[in-house]
Ligand binder design. Structure first.
Ligand code: F3S
Length: 423
């Protein structure tokens, strides 16, 4: 270990010789700045050391959110020759990087969004699973970036963080935008929070006493429990879920996304299903207990009843191939009166095209868009003042980030709305 060369980064954090050299600027200005960010965050959160990470997932990709200042920040780092040290993927952009014109995006906006992606590409940010990229997605674990049990990663997207920690048993805090970029450049993050086993025990025992039939039911459950949990760690008992059963991962994907949207939940455990709950007791001795016996308030709280949807959005978090197959099944042979957009990772779209699912959906009038997230898109400028979705997180963010009205319903209700147009 070296003495810390930066006086403002106190000696509380033990750095390795290599980390100390980076902080001293021996690997250039970009790495020095990245080390300063990583070490400063580690100190703020009380870490005693840094931990290597196996992969990084970066948020703050939409040009609508980061704007010209954010683009300049990324270009500066890329101009300095910064390059990621570990496999790194991107959260969604505002638009499909290829089909943006069909979506109705303004060419000026599209050019800036492409420039953001290009800056990340210059830093070596790629696709998941070793594929070339970048292809932005909030579900890197569906397309090859699957952290192992107990492995530390530095991911930024809250739903992906919940999935990695809970379903995969990997370890990550929710990284901020610049923090995640810095972590990618040095392959390190602070060893605090959910990287430490002692901080992963459940403090809220959730007794589920209601039937869960659909993926959106898990989403509604997550919305209700997220509100109650805040930043506590829920332990679910009573979920009708078996590891390996059809859609078990999709159900947990929806549950975790909603928990992280209405609360600040970074990890949850499910009795008999998630890896840490399977390995032994996960409930902390000091915990509270809550019971969920009705999902209706979860749906109602995220529905603007008077709003008439102009668009149906599926794929928040990005849809899996199995979810796209469900949609294809429901729309096959029908003619949709409202636009139906399904967002997913680019490789998932390619698989859906190859299997004919995209064709079935297109024949009904629906579209599959890769790379995109509507919550961070200028939805109103695209002509949609109200959107319906089977995702609690989607409804929550459509309201709070995109500034449009939302309706939250089951997948069947969403497709019914698309077919009838609400009449
Ligand atoms: Fe993904 Fe956007 Fe939903 S990032 S989880 S599609 S709000």
């Amino acid at each position: 270990m070296l003495p810390n060369p930066k006086p403002e980064i106190q000696n509380r954090i033990r750095l390795t010789a290599e980390e100390g050299a980076w902080l001293a600027g021996e690997a250039g200005p970009a790495i020095r700045r990245a080390m300063e960010i990583v070490a400063a965050l580690a100190q703020i959160y009380g870490a005693e050391r840094l931990t290597p990470v196996a992969s990084v997932q970066i948020s703050g990709v939409s040009y609508r959110n980061i704007g010209a200042a954010g683009l300049a920040f990324l270009r500066k780092w890329a101009d300095e020759g910064a390059s990621v040290r570990v496999p790194t993927t991107l959260n969604p952009a505002a638009m499909d990087l290829e089909a943006w014109a069909e979506q109705g995006f303004d060419p000026t906006f599209a050019t800036q969004q492409q420039a953001v992606i290009a800056a990340f590409a210059r830093m070596g940010v790629g696709g998941a699973g070793g594929e070339s990229g970048p292809f932005p997605t909030c579900t890197p674990y569906l397309v090859g970036n699957v952290p192992r049990l107990g492995e530390s990663v530095a991911w930024a997207e809250s739903s992906a963080v919940a999935y990695a920690n809970s379903v995969l048993g990997a370890r990550t805090n929710r990284e901020g935008g610049p923090g995640a970029i810095a972590a990618a450049l040095v392959g390190r993050t602070g060893a605090y929070g959910l990287h430490l086993a002692e901080n992963r025990r459940a403090t809220l025992h959730v007794r589920v006493r209601v039937a869960l039939r659909t993926i959106s039911d898990y989403s509604a459950l997550g919305a209700l429990v997220g509100q109650r949990a805040g930043s506590r760690i829920p332990y679910f008992e009573g979920l009708p879920l078996e590891r390996g059963a059809p859609l078990w991962e999709e159900n947990l994907k929806a549950l975790g996304a909603a928990l992280a949207a209405t609360g600040a939940v970074g990890v949850f455990h499910v009795a008999g299903v998630t890896p840490e709950a399977l390995a032994g007791p996960v409930l902390a001795p000091a915990h509270e207990t809550t019971t969920v016996a009705d999902l209706a308030p979860g749906y109602a709280a995220l529905t603007d009843a008077a709003a008439r949807p102009a668009l149906i959005w599926i794929g928040c978090p990005h849809a899996s191939l199995a979810e796209i197959a469900l949609v294809a099944e429901l729309v096959r042979g029908k003619r949709l009166r409202l636009p139906l957009w399904i967002t997913c990772a680019r490789p998932v779209k390619a698989a859906a095209v190859a299997q004919g699912l995209a064709g079935d959906i297109a024949a009904a009038g629906g579209r599959l868009y890769a790379d995109a997230c509507l919550a961070i898109a200028p939805v109103r400028d695209l002509g949609f003042a109200a959107v319906m979705t089977p995702s609690a997180k989607g409804a929550c963010y459509l309201r709070n980030l995109a500034g449009v009205s939302a309706r939250f319903g089951t997948l069947e209700e969403c497709i019914h709305m698309a077919v009838t147009g609400g009449e």
